[in-house]
Write a protein of this length. Sequence first.
Length: 234
Amino acid sequence: MSVYLDQITALLKRIEVEQAGALTAAAEAAANVICGDGIIHVFGCGHSHLPALDAFYRAGGLACVSPLLDEDLMLHDGAAKSSRLEKREGIAAEAFRRARVNPDKDLLVVISASGKNAAPVEMLRTAKAAGVKTVAISSSAYTTHGGVLLTEADLPIDCLVPYGDAVIDVGAAKMGGLSTYASLFILNSVLIDGAQRALAKGVTPPIYISGNITGGTAQNVALEERYFERVKRL
């Protein structure tokens, strides 16, 4: 397992160094959303929706994060089905419409390691057409294999995962994907830095705390009420 751990930590270090400028730009965009009382929407299909869940409604998470979840594109209601539907047009545009994204205040983060399937690409393009600022987390290893998110997003961040994602040889196959770790690290880094930047500008970022510590539930309920009408999954 040490080989896999080495692969993960090496990748995260590369992202920290090689994508420093992109991370900073995205964090500044996040800070502007926080300061403007907007919402940071996060979209991904299949395993790429996991970072959206991780950033949503958790201790130490921003209350202004809204996961753009469509059950047809998630694993729990038919993994094979979701993989097929991710390649079809029309689903993401409807999901975007239902999210009621505000182009004047909000930010959309689209996560897809390959950056090539119809749903994430359509989500990005629909948002841009509506005037919403977009961040893409995707891998440049796919740009010669149909990946377009990094070339079309306002703020692209290269997650640097290899073509095929998995990195540990097991016979003729490979195991040990890296994209979830990379995307989690990137998204959380952007949100944390964005919150710190907002605080430096004099705006207290809306952060959930553990409901299992004194005062936690009361603080979280206040944030729930503040965002209940704008964060759909609350």
